[in-house]
Write a protein of this length. Structure first.
Length: 162
């Protein structure tokens, strides 16, 4: 059996082979799994799906009222990336994790959740993602290292603006 996953935004992920016990229909995250074994032509990734008529459209043939503009797709990709970042840090909130670590990660995770609301009128490519707490180096500033630190910081800022 060959199935395709249709996102809540009506477009398809890559088709994949599945085993017999794969759940067709809706999943818990609102994706729809559709059997495309005998469909002609075979729907591909990024095709659009009209649930009411059970029809797949290649991107160039998609009816205008179903099309997503590029910024919507960027937001969808951004939210997916953000959700991955959140899910990979879920372990930090488990009860057996030391309280200091939980609290440190709690702020980072809240910043991630707030990004779509704070930057809702921006291009998702321009949104600065927060660094995970375990990726931030603690640097002791002294008279000897202040100038190199400032130069490094300026280089980082210049790279982000490009």
């Amino acid at each position: 059996m060959l199935i395709i996953c249709v996102t809540p935004n009506k477009y398809c992920r890559a088709p994949e082979e599945v085993v017999d016990d794969f759940p067709l229909g809706k999943s818990s995250d609102n994706h729809l799994f559709v059997d495309i074994t005998n469909r002609k032509p075979q729907p591909q990734e990024w095709w659009y799906y009209d649930k009411d008529t059970d029809t797949f459209y290649p991107p160039e043939d998609t009816p205008e009222d179903m099309k997503f503009d590029e910024i919507e797709l960027k937001w969808f990709e951004f939210r997916n990336q953000r959700n991955v970042m959140l899910s990979t840090s879920d372990w930090t909130q488990l009860p057996d994790v030391p309280k200091k670590i939980r609290n440190t990660w709690k702020g980072y995770r809240q910043k991630l959740r707030d990004l779509p609301q704070i930057y809702k009128h921006k291009n998702p490519e321009d949104i600065p993602l927060p660094y995970p707490p375990d990726r931030i180096l603690e640097v002791k500033v002294t008279r000897k290292n202040i100038l190199p630190l400032i130069k490094t910081y300026i280089k980082i800022l210049c790279k982000k603006k490009k």
